[in-house]
Design a protein around this ligand. Structure first.
Ligand SMILES: Cc1cc2nc3c(=O)[nH]c(=O)nc-3n(C[C@H](O)[C@H](O)[C@H](O)COP(=O)(O)OP(=O)(O)OC[C@H]3O[C@@H](n4cnc5c(N)ncnc54)[C@H](O)[C@@H]3O)c2cc1C
Length: 383
C-alpha cells in the first residue's frame, strides 16, 4: 500500500484517536505535540504515594454510543464506574445533580415532597429538569428552586449573562445545572459510564503505538505549519502541504490572533497526599462558594487502585481566564461575543481545505471525551 501523508497537531484524546484512525486508513501520520508529553486535558501523573491522578480535574468516560465505546476499548480495558458528586452546602453534603435525596436534606421532607410533585406536574415527561427550565416556568416555588441553584451551585458560571442560558451550548457533562426527580445519586445518565483500568494515558499511548505514526513532542507545530498568503494553502516547513491536517489547539493562534484572542477558562490545581484509606465519602465534592477550593477530587475512587493507608486529593481553585497561551485552556468561555469571534476564525479555517478542526478547544465547544471521539470517527471516515 502506498501511504499518503497526514499531520496531526496536538495529542490529546482527539489527536491520538485521529492519528490512529488515519494510520489505519493508509496514511503516514506525523504528529506534533507542544508539551513534553501527550494527553492534553486527560494527562495523568502518579503521586509519590503511587496514586494516579488526573492533573486537569476529574474526567470520566461516558457515552451513549456503543461505536465510540468499542473504539476506545481497543486500547485498554475499562471497568464500569458510576460517578458521584456531592455539593457541600453549609453543614451538609447533598448529591449533585440535586435529586429527591438532596431536596430532602436541603429543605426537609415536607417541602421536598411538595417540590417533587410540582416538578412532576410541570414537567411530566422529564427526569432531569434544567435550571433554565425552572426559572422560566410558571410555578413560583420552582422558580425559587432555580434561583437557589443559581446562587448556591452555579456561582462558577462566569460566562452567564442576564437572559442567557445557564447550560453551556453543546454541554453534555455539566449536570450541576439540573434537578433529578429520582433518587439515583449517579452524576451521569449515559448508558455507558466507565474508567480505563490503567488510566487514560495508557489508552492514548496505545492509540499512537502504530508503525505509520511518528510523534514529535516538545514541538510547537506552528513553528513548522503556517498559512500561505493566499489564505488557503497550508505550508509545512515552507512547502505547500495538501494532505489532511488535523488541528486540535486553540484556533486563534493558527491565525496569529488576527481578530483578537478567544477567551477560555482555566484553573489552578494543587494536590495533597494523605495517610488514610479514604478522606471523603465520594469522588468529588463541589464547594462553589469556597474561596479556596471549589472542587476536590479523591482520585482513588476513580482508579480502583489498591493502596490502603494512602489517598490523594486534587484541589481546584477558582477559575482564571486563559488566552494567548497564558494559562492552559481548559474549556471555551462561551458567550454570544466569544461565539461570534470564534465564527470569524472558523471561516478562515474553512478557506483552508486541508485543515480539519477537531475537539473541544479547536471547535470551541464543550465536548466530552465520548463526543470528541465520535466527532473524530466521523471526520476521518469522510476524508
Ligand atoms: C475540568 C474538566 C473536566 C472535564 N470532565 C470531563 C468528564 O468528566 N467527562 C468527559 O467526557 N469529558 C470531560 N471533559 C472534557 C474532556 O477533557 C475533553 O473533551 C477532551 O479531553 C478534549 O481533548 P482534545 O484532544 O480535544 O483537547 P486537549 O486535550 O486540550 O488537547 C489539545 C492538545 O494540543 C496541544 N497543543 C496546543 N498547542 C499546540 C501547538 N502549538 N503545537 C502542538 N500541540 C499543541 C496541547 O498541549 C494538548 O495536548 C472535561 C474537561 C475539563 C477541562
Amino acid at each position: 500500500m502506498t501511504r499518503k501523508d497526514a499531520i496531526v497537531i496536538g495529542l490529546g484524546i482527539s489527536g491520538c484517536s485521529a492519528a490512529r484512525l488515519l494510520a489505519e486508513s493508509g496514511y503516514s501520520v506525523t504528529c506534533f505535540e507542544g508539551e513534553s508529553h501527550i494527553g492534553g486535558s486527560l494527562f495523568e501523573d502518579v503521586r509519590p504515594n503511587g496514586i494516579r491522578v488526573q492533573t486537569r480535574g476529574p474526567q470520566i468516560f461516558h457515552t451513549d454510543s456503543e461505536n465510540v465505546y468499542q473504539f476506545i476499548k481497543r486500547f485498554g480495558s475499562f471497568f464500569p464506574y458510576h460517578h458521584r458528586v456531592f455539593l457541600s452546602y453549609q453543614d451538609t453534603m447533598v448529591p449533585l445533580p440535586l435529586n429527591a435525596n438532596s431536596l430532602k436534606s436541603l429543605f426537609g421532607a415536607k417541602q421536598s415532597e411538595s417540590l417533587l410533585s410540582r416538578l412532576r406536574e410541570s414537567f411530566p415527561d422529564e427526569k432531569r429538569i434544567s435550571v433554565d427550565q425552572l426559572i422560566s416556568c410558571h410555578d413560583s416555588k420552582l422558580i425559587d428552586l432555580g434561583r437557589f441553584m443559581i446562587e448556591n451551585i452555579l456561582t462558577l458560571d462566569i460566562n452567564h449573562k442576564e437572559g442567557s442560558s445557564f447550560i453551556p451550548a453543546d454541554d453534555s457533562y455539566m449536570n450541576d445545572a439540573y434537578v433529578d426527580i429520582g433518587n439515583d445519586d449517579c452524576y451521569y445518565t449515559d448508558s455507558i459510564q466507565a474508567m480505563p483500568m490503567q488510566g487514560f494515558m495508557s489508552v492514548m499511548e496505545n492509540m499512537i503505538d502504530h508503525p505509520a505514526i511518528s510523534t514529535y513532542l516538545n514541538t510547537n507545530a506552528l513553528t513548522r505549519i503556517s498559512i500561505h498568503q493566499d489564505n488557503s494553502t497550508v505550508l509545512f516547513d515552507g512547502i505547500p502541504f495538501h494532505g489532511p491536517i488535523i488541528y486540535t489547539p486553540t484556533l486563534d493562534k493558527l491565525f496569529k490572533y488576527c481578530y483578537g484572542a478567544l477567551p477560555y477558562r482555566s484553573c489552578k490545581i494543587s494536590f495533597q497526599d494523605i495517610r488514610t484509606d479514604f478522606k471523603n465519602n465520594c469522588a468529588v465534592i463541589l464547594s462553589p462558594k469556597s474561596r479556596d477550593f471549589v472542587r476536590i477530587t479523591e482520585s482513588k475512587y476513580m482508579t480502583l487502585q489498591d493502596m490502603s493507608g494512602h489517598t490523594s486529593l486534587c484541589m481546584e481553585s477558582p477559575y482564571e481566564s486563559a488566552s494567548r497561551g497564558i494559562n492552559e485552556p481548559f474549556e471555551p468561555a462561551l458567550t454570544p461575543e466569544s461565539i461570534e469571534l470564534y465564527g470569524k476564525y472558523a471561516a478562515l479555517a474553512k478557506s483552508c481545505p486541508s485543515i480539519h478542526l477537531l475537539g473541544r478547544i479547536a471547535c470551541y465547544r464543550n465536548l466530552s471525551i465520548g463526543e470528541t471521539i465520535e466527532q473524530t470517527i466521523d471526520v476521518i471516515s469522510r476524508l
